[in-house]
Design a protein around this ligand. Structure first.
Ligand SMILES: [Zn+2]
Length: 696
């Protein structure tokens, strides 16, 4: 009993202090417990009826849905397996009472996997089952039925140094099968850089392994190389290395994959039409395509969508339209005819294209992907939904479970919504935990953390209920302004000689004041009856502010990368580091020069590939139409400087001149981006100020 009461009292609450000094008899404790409960209820985010709906969620049913999807087996995009998943979800959507249930087809390139196998021929005979490696638009990664035979060479991490060293030692790679240890710290673009390099040195096939592949872990890797590739578990790789130390090992490698350039995938769509604001949408997304059965990635997301939809369909009258979408082709695909390093997310890409005229009516996208393994999940969101999300986390006492961290991710279906300015929250895995089972046959229902499932179910339902029931949309631009202000004030002094941020900072401060006043006005407005026109006006302006601000706050990271970042800190840091590097180069301060360049070039510095391979990667990224943003390339200068420093060559004026030239270009681009942001801030602030007057 006492234990329960103590847990009820919040450590941070002032009541807690009082409680400590009160006589702790049973009756007092009971009195306190009830008083505390009333106090908690009064500040609760969810009301009684909403709480009741949350209690109706069924974890067991959701776990059943995970099992049923898992039992279909692999649901790779465009394959019969994916279609089975599609039909299962479609029938579940109908069964639970969703309206307008239908499939939305889109064209994609599909890889239909048949067999991956490594057969050791000498000195022992043994067949190893393997993970697959796919490519997006050509079949060079596959073999014919007969496979490729050759002697195996262990090339370590497969860096350019590894290949050169082995060549010096007399290894001829022609016709060899190379064993590569994948290390994502060394190579930003997993595996395909090393495989390309193996191909350049004449190898005829490659085997990938990684220390994160446990005993029975197999994994797919995508590759741009035109030699066949498979992957094996680490324990098998170690056994292979023991054999290699004793002498030559010969093997036959098969990776039989049918490439279908004109396949079809589907998004499954169902909805609950809103009775008050049918044209305003809350869009839920998860993906049904998968590698292997994928209980976690992403049968769990689909199961949450079904579970939440069922409770709503049977027990709730929604004001806005709630749309439930499971996407195909998230893991891996492209539209035929599109060449882009930014592949995957085909379903959400198709959805946002096919529903382009509706995007500005989407109140929020809630995305669920691969969150149910390990001990905690990650949340990525656009800033105006941060405060609502945090309040719900607190309400569910789920602080230990969720970390709201980082910008919306380019590797998630939420990206195509965010790209169009749609507010979005996504519940995702903690990647460091998830790597253990990532895209492997270990992603099974037994490893689903029921507690993470339960929390995702209730967080999702609670978000929908709040977004649906709030007459005035519960966006809070205070977080937008606060985050931005912090990012700017931390950096303004460091860039002041190049860029004047004072106007921008003033405008951010102004937005903060407006946002705070708006929050107050909105909560006092809730107490009175608002006319429909006012509600429409307020929501329309709020939503337009999201569309205007978000694409300028979150974008593809600067540099050669396809990951997302908060624009202002990332871009300003790029300038700061580049400036530091230039100054250090002029002073011949090698240490500062290399640390600042490394901070800029990130993992790319460690590509450790030949210039030819590097140029292929560089071209792929710079040519990417989907990964727009600020793209620049400092690797050539960085490499040249490193080379000269090793050779003790003092004259680095060419490199300095080149860095200075790039600094100027980047500065111009950043300036343009920040002035667009400035304009959006001014416009949003004045529009939101109008809202405040309207609510007065
Ligand atoms: Zn996923």
């Amino acid at each position: 009993m006492v234990v329960t009461v103590v847990r009820l009292a919040h450590a941070s609450s002032p009541l807690n202090v009082l409680y400590e000094s009160w006589p702790q008899t049973d009756s007092f404790i009971i009195l306190w417990a009830s008083l505390w409960r009333d106090f908690e209820m009064s500040k609760a985010v969810l009301d009684k009826d909403q709480r009741k709906l949350i209690d109706l969620l069924s974890l067991e049913e959701a776990l059943d849905d995970i099992n049923n999807l898992f039992n279909i087996g692999e649901r790779a995009v465009g394959t019969p397996g994916e279609y089975k998943g599609v039909k299962l979800i479609e029938s579940r959507f109908r069964e639970i009472g969703l309206k307008n249930v239908h499939l939305e087809p889109f064209k994609i390139i599909a890889n239909n996997h048949k067999l991956s196998e490594l057969e050791l021929l000498e000195p022992i005979h043994k067949k190893l089952s393997c993970g697959r490696c796919f490519g997006p638009k050509h079949s060079g990664f596959a073999t014919g039925k007969e496979g490729v035979a050759g002697a195996i060479v262990d090339v370590g991490f497969g860096t350019i140094r590894d290949f050169k060293r082995l060549k010096r030692e007399g290894v001829n790679f022609k016709g060899k099968i190379v064993l590569i240890e994948v290390n994502e710290k060394l190579f930003h673009y997993p595996a395909w850089a090393q495989v390309l390099q193996a191909q350049e040195f004449g190898a005829s096939a490659a085997i990938l392994t990684s220390v994160v592949f446990e005993h029975d872990i197999l994994r797919n890797y995508w590759t741009r190389a035109r030699i066949p590739v498979v992957s094996i578990s680490y324990i098998e790789a170690q056994a292979l290395r023991r054999l290699l130390r004793k002498g030559e090992v010969r093997a036959n490698l098969k990776n039989i994959v049918e490439l279908n350039m004109e396949s079809t995938s589907h998004n499954v769509v169902g909805e609950l039409p809103g009775h008050k604001y049918p044209h305003q949408l809350i869009v839920l997304t998860a993906h049904h395509d998968s590698w292997y059965g994928a209980a976690n990635d992403d049968a769990c997301g689909v199961a949450v969508i079904i579970g939440v939809a069922e409770v709503l369909a049977k027990n709730y009258k929604n004001a806005r339209t709630i749309r439930f979408v499971t996407c195909g082709g998230e893991e891996f695909s492209l539209e035929p005819g599109v060449e882009d390093i930014f592949s995957g997310l085909a379903g959400s890409y198709a959805y946002t294209k096919q529903h382009a005229d509706e995007l500005d009516k989407i109140v929020a996208n809630i995305n669920l992907d691969g969150f149910a393994y390990g001990t905690s999940s990650n949340i990525t969101l656009t800033p105006e939904l941060e405060s609502l999300t945090n309040k719900l986390i607190e309400e569910f006492e789920a602080e230990a479970i969720y970390e709201v961290e980082g910008p919306p991710d380019t590797g998630l279906d939420q990206w195509w919504f965010v790209r169009h300015g749609v507010p979005s929250v996504s519940i995702n895995p903690k990647m460091d935990q998830y790597m253990k089972i990532y895209h492997s046959n270990r992603d099974t229902p037994e490893l689903i953390n029921a507690d993470l499932m339960r929390n995702a179910l209730r967080m999702t339902l609670a978000l929908i209920l709040k977004l649906d029931s709030s007459e005035l949309l519960p966006y809070d631009f205070t977080s937008t302004a606060k985050n931005l202000r912090k990012a700017l004030s931390e950096r303004s002094a460091k860039v002041e000689d190049a860029i004047d941020l004072s106007k921008l900072i003033d405008n951010v401060i102004h937005l903060k004041v407006v946002a705070e006043r708006l929050q107050k006005k909105k909560s006092s407005a809730l107490k009175k009856k608002l006319n429909e026109k006012t509600v429409f006006f307020v929501n329309n302006v709020q939503r337009r502010a999201c569309s205007s601000l978000n694409p300028k706050l979150v974008n593809i990271k600067c540099g050669i990368t396809t990951s997302a970042a908060y624009v202002v800190p990332a871009y300003l840091d790029a300038l700061i580091n580049l400036k530091k590097a230039i100054v250090a180069a002029k002073r011949a301060d090698k240490e500062t020069l290399f640390t600042s360049l490394k901070a800029l070039t990130e993992k790319l510095w460690g590509l450790n590939v030949s210039p030819k391979v590097y140029n292929i990667i560089r071209k792929a990224i710079l040519d990417s139409k989907r990964a727009q943003g600020l793209k620049f390339d400092l690797i050539p200068e960085a490499r040249e400087l490193e080379k000269k420093s090793k050779k003790k060559i003092k004259d680095v004026s060419t490199e300095i001149a080149s860095l200075e030239k790039k600094y100027k270009t980047i500065l111009e681009q950043v300036d343009k981006k920040l002035s667009k942001l400035n304009q959006a801030l001014v416009e949003s602030s004045s529009a939101l100020t109008e809202v405040i007057y309207k609510l007065a």
